[in-house]
Design a protein around this ligand. Structure first.
Ligand code: DGT
Ligand code: CA
Ligand code: CA
Ligand code: ZN
Length: 575
């Protein structure tokens, strides 16, 4: 299917048009086509063959022509023209926080900036700060953004790696009829970013599997192709290359290899030491007594069992105290999640209305969904005025009455203003079933100010959850400077939950802070912050992160049945 390729090209056309200074209206029309293509459940080629392209949402006559041109000869003339007009290094600058299309266009035209290196040069020379419409503060922000991207290096967020790994595994299984195939490495451990993808296969014919792996359609370049191991580069959704390693082992070693290649290295060092203490040897081929007596290795559980260790879930294998646990915690799973308490609709910046979001949540088998659109100060996100919010409460309550399997809760995502005050009056918050409070602006405050700001919000009896508490964006923006111990203590004292925002760009709180919160007796909420139905699926990333923080279903408020959740909310409100 060419849906994804075409969607990416329309998005790139929109970027290029923005840089050349095209009107927002035209730019948005290309973004719309890109989104439609991305979410399409049918094959775009089939639709073209049936003459149905024009029926798609937002796809007009000129877009139909462009799609047909691409399907016919792999390129779109208007796209090619734009590529010739705009220097190659410019679109990448859009990924830097603080560099919107207007600024990219400005530095290109005024300072002849054509690449990241050029941009760094004009920051250092001071030319950028002197440019009309820039100013010292925005230059600082851009410089920070560049430094941050360079510091985080080329690791891939879990949300880009997971779908890719799943696709490769599926294709390899289809191509070879493999029975045992698993993703190992940091991705299996649920890490928020990963260096490369590791795939492990069980077969006696390693060469056949490695050859099939190296011929998968996504492979851009082969780095190594041997009898038991292959390494390739494939392209991420955003065009960046990522390495994928594939190893093949015989059945009797599959469990040992899975244990070895899941890591982490630090965890494995400890496990190997324990084997040595018993006079044994552990490697990727098995657990051995002497040179040839294999004690375990067929399956992973057998290795841990023989060593009298618990079968640690991969998320705990970091040598972060797992060996000191008396008993393994029963970690939360995606099946334990009963609802989502943070979601958006077209009332603010979501893509679908409440009825559609509710239907999608019900489809997932959820018992409840809370609609939490933005509050009035989030102007860019079309936050609701006080009047609109009162009407939203009525509307959602009415909609709830018409639903049978799912309970729709009404809430809001109320901005925590710079001074710690809330964006809505108390009576409005009290009329909601559940309230998320989040910071969306002024994130560069001092540690003291920022900590007091969030603590002040938690004092309000109507605030149930702090959304994405540190506001970090993985690889793009640092966490706010916060005194997490104070925040966690305040959450415990006030009966406020902290969020594990499941959006893969955020994963906020991150694993270590989740563990810190749980140890203080604080509850967490794992929510997707969905702005469209497909995003509910990101719950997997949040659950993986919460598992790394040792969360059980008991710790997670949206793993509770609704009556329990309601009485917990009531307890805080009634003091
Ligand atoms: P990544 O890819 O940087 O996100 O992290 P991992 O953990 O996936 O690391 P990777 O891909 O280099 O190797 C996968 C696993 O294989 C790693 O977690 C443990 C094991 N491993 C790799 N190299 C070594 C090594 O030199 N010593 C030991 N003990 N284990 C290794
Ligand atoms: Ca890896
Ligand atoms: Ca690797
Ligand atoms: Zn939100």
């Amino acid at each position: 299917m060419k849906n994804a390729e075409l969607s990416a090209i329309f998005d790139e056309i929109a970027d290029l048009l923005e840089i050349t200074g095209e009107s927002a209206f035209r730019v948005n029309s290309y973004r719309k086509v890109s989104r439609t293509l991305k979410d399409l459940t049918k094959d775009v080629e089939q639709l073209a063959a049936d003459g149905k392209l024009g029926d798609l949402d937002g796809v007009g006559k000129s877009s139909v022509e462009k799609i047909e041109a691409y399907l016919a000869d792999g390129k779109i003339p208007a796209h090619q023209e734009l590529l010739e007009k705009v220097p190659k290094g410019l679109p990448a600058l859009l990924n830097i926080p603080g560099m919107g299309p207007k600024k990219v266009s400005l530095v290109w035209k005024e300072l002849k900036v054509e690449s990241l290196d050029d941009l760094k040069r004009v920051i250092e020379s001071g030319e950028l700060a002197e440019l009309k419409g820039m100013g010292k503060k925005s230059v600082e922000q851009i410089a920070d953004g560049i430094a941050f991207a360079e510091k985080s290096g080329d690791r891939t967020p879990m949300g880009l790696a997971r779908p890719l790994a799943d696709e490769l595994v599926r294709q390899l299984r289809e191509a070879t009829g493999l029975k045992q195939i698993e993703v190992a490495g940091s991705l299996r451990r649920g890490c928020e970013t990963i260096g490369d993808i590791d795939i492990l296969c069980e077969s006696d014919d390693g060469k056949k599997i490695v050859d099939a792996f190296c011929s998968l359609p996504r492979v851009e370049k082969i780095l190594a192709q041997g009898d038991t191991k292959g390494s390739v580069l494939v392209q991420r959704r955003d065009g960046v290359d990522i390495q994928v390693d594939c190893r093949v082992v015989p059945a009797k070693s599959f469990g040992a290899a899975l244990q070895y290649f899941t890591g982490s290295k630090e965890h494995n060092v400890r496990v190997r030491e324990m084997a040595v203490k018993k006079g044994w040897k552990l490697n990727e081929w098995g657990l051995f007594d002497g040179d040839d007596k294999q004690l375990a290795g067929k399956d992973e559980a057998g290795i841990y069992k023989k060593l009298k260790l618990p079968h640690y879930p991969p998320e705990l294998r970091e040598d972060r105290g797992e060996f000191d646990l008396d008993k393994l915690p029963s970690l939360i799973t995606v099946d334990d999640i009963r609802g989502d308490l943070h979601s958006h609709t077209t009332a603010s910046d979501g893509k679908e209305d409440a009825a559609t979001m509710a239907a999608a949540a019900a489809e997932r088998g959820y018992e409840y969904l809370c609609i939490t659109d933005h509050s009035r100060s989030s102007a860019i996100a079309n936050g609701l005025s006080i009047d609109r919010m009162w009407r939203q409460i009525e509307k959602v309550k009415k909609l709830n009455e018409s639903l049978d399997t799912l309970t729709l809760l009404v809430g809001c995502e109320c901005d925590i203003l710079a001074d710690g005050k809330l964006d809505y009056p108390d009576n409005l918050l009290a009329a909601c079933d559940f309230v998320v409070a989040s910071v969306h602006s002024g994130m560069r405050q001092s540690r003291d100010k920022a900590t007091k700001r969030i603590c002040a919000a938690m004092e309000n009896p109507n605030i149930n959850l702090i959304g994405h508490p540190t506001t970090r964006l993985i690889g793009r923006r640092d966490a706010m400077d916060l005194d997490m111990e104070t925040i966690v203590a305040k959450a415990a004292e006030t009966g406020t939950a902290l969020e594990c925002n499941a959006s893969w760009q955020r994963l906020d709180l991150r694993d270590v802070y989740i563990r810190m919160a749980l140890e203080a007796g604080v509850k967490i909420g794992i929510n997707t912050d969905a702005h469209a139905p497909a995003q509910f699926e990101q719950i997997h990333y949040g659950v993986a992160t919460a598992r790394r923080g040792r969360a059980t279903a008991e710790d997670v408020i949206n793993a509770w049945p609704l009556p329990k959740l309601r009485s917990w909310i009531k307890k805080k409100r009634e003091g």
